[in-house]
Design a protein. Sequence first.
Length: 288
Amino acid sequence: MAARNQNLMIVFFNGAFLPEAEAVVPLSDRGFLLGDGLFETVRVAGGKPFRFAQHMERLAAGADFLKIKLPFNPVELQKFAGKLIALNRLPESVLRLTLTRGSGVRGYSTKGANNPVLAMTLHPLPPSNALPWNLITSSLRIPAGDPLGAFKTTSKVLNVLARAEAEAGGADEALLVNTSGEVIEAAGGNIFWISCGQVCTVPVGRGALPGVTRAVVFEICEQLGLKISEFFAAPEHLRQAEGLFVTQTVLGIVPVITLDHIPIASSPLVDQVVHAYGKIVRGETGGF
């Protein structure tokens, strides 16, 4: 049974469970002022956070890179997440975990910012009738080799603008290219395509996020005996693909039917991956 009203939602805030309206950060919080923080979005299925351990591994790596001390360990966070899901009665939902450096001195210096803020919120799943997607290549460019590309920082203005550009162009999502002209990812997920009967994707390291759902697709391909290849490609290569899909936490595997208004072929391999992923999320083949 879902929570009766989104306005009555309970959130986790620095160790406490509070009504959403009571969980506030000061104007001096560096996450608010500078985007100085990290976040993870986790699919909740059957009352359990899906692949929570992998999300926490990425969060911990990002916190180490940004030199933000995690106020709770992964085991504690998983317990808190479970309680939050139960309190809100949202067994099928989206869990958002946000970590900021907290407050410190004015400006860029991190001096005095020794009390990080960690919050978790729950959100209803979006409707599934929004699939499949139409993609447009964004005019914006990701810096090639940006080390922050390995983490989900709260500084996502480029992704916001790319998604807005796509929506203004009548599409659902933006395809992002780096400053070397290489396809990197979608604004809100990793990109995969089918070429010569193989599942292909972009290597991480030059701007692509090491997505949790991306990793699940690698597992699926191994289970199904599908060959998977990693290489960089230009947008025109993807327009000629035998199939195209985006992976992301909330919607899972999202088939793509057009790229830059050009129809994309429909591959049975995409259907196989979609079907296998659904079984894993539902717990029919394990994988939590």
